[in-house]
Design a protein around this ligand. Structure first.
Ligand SMILES: Nc1ncnc2c1ncn2[C@@H]1O[C@H](COP(=O)(O)OP(=O)(O)OP(=O)(O)O)[C@@H](O)[C@H]1O
Ligand SMILES: [Mg+2]
Length: 281
């Protein structure tokens, strides 16, 4: 094949491939979203996907703390014009591209149309350069979170077996439905005591979502409660790298496998950042 043909083929492949975005969200805080988003990104990257991990939470327990990386600038600096996108994106040793502070995207509303278009162009390149974008959302069902989920085609909701987490996961599904969300909704039960408890938790949430909202919730499996996760957090290391054989790592590997087999993830119809920005239109 000539160089010219190879270039044409690459362009064609590029067009055919769709970037898939997964927003990791929950109703209740502290259920493990950031840990799941980070460790899942690493497993998906290890499986050969190009993955960007977007920190869309302004909360205290930020991804840079879990990762032990020193983040000096984030997307809000890019939007303010004081940094370039490439100065803000961190290439992690595990192969994942880490994008800090995407919640700053709300400031897009203050830009002129020209500045806004130029910035969205840059952000779009981040999407075309990756196969998967994993977005770590803040807790709750506020406007910020909804924007991030609405920009994604796949919502991965994290809950644990405790009643407040179950109620809040249901509340999130309800708001998504009310806002006409058309992407896939899946549920991962984190911190489960055992398989049976995880199963019961999934069935409770999926059951009421089907019965009262007519929403199909996909089973994303579970991650067992595992002391090794807490140990890894304390050491500021991702648990799948620090303890690859621990129970939590094995549970999450099952989800990563499912996702790699292309089971339910749907692709982007329009760029993620573009869609999030549209909210501020
Ligand atoms: N499978 C697990 N087993 C044991 N502990 C866990 C597990 N998953 C998470 N944790 C614990 O829960 C804590 C909170 O996790 P994490 O910060 O990922 O939650 P979050 O949902 O992102 O929180 P926030 O809503 O504040 O963003 C972790 O520091 C860890 O100690
Ligand atoms: Mg978090």
């Amino acid at each position: 094949m000539s160089d010219d043909q190879a270039t044409k083929l690459r362009r064609l492949m590029h067009k055919v491939r769709q970037t898939r975005t997964i927003a990791v969200a929950s109703g209740k805080g502290g259920v493990g979203k950031s840990n799941i988003a980070l460790n899942l990104s690493i497993l998906l990257s290890a499986a050969g996907n190009r993955v960007a991990l977007v920190d869309a939470d302004l909360g205290l327990a930020n991804l840079d703390v879990l990762l032990d990386v020193d983040v000096r600038a984030n997307l809000s600096h890019v939007i303010a014009g004081s940094r370039k996108l490439e100065d803000v994106v961190v290439d992690l040793p595990c192969g994942v591209q880490f994008v800090p502070g995407a919640s700053g995207i709300a400031q897009l509303a203050n830009l002129s149309e020209f500045q806004r278009a130029a910035l969205l162009d840059q952000l779009a390149s981040l999407e075309t350069d990756n196969d998967l974008i994993v977005v770590d959302c803040g807790a709750g069902i506020g406007r910020d979170v909804l924007q991030m989920v609405a920009g994604s085609d796949n919502a991965l909701i994290v809950a644990n077996p405790e009643p407040p987490a179950i109620t809040d996961a249901y509340a999130l599904i309800k708001v998504l439905k009310r806002h006409g969300y058309t992407g896939t909704i899946s549920l991962l039960v984190n911190m489960a005591g055992d398989r049976q408890e995880a199963r019961a938790t999934f069935q409770r949430i999926a059951g009421v979502a089907r019965q009262f909202l007519d929403v199909r919730v996909i089973d994303a499996g579970h991650v067992l409660a595992d002391q090794k996760v807490r140990d890894a957090v304390r050491r500021r290391q991702p648990f799948v790298l620090e303890y690859p054989r621990c129970q939590a790592s094995r549970c999450l590997a099952a989800l990563a496998n499912k996702l790699c087999q292309g089971s339910w993830l749907v692709g982007q119809k329009e760029g993620f950042f573009q869609r999030v920005a549209n909210w501020f239109g």
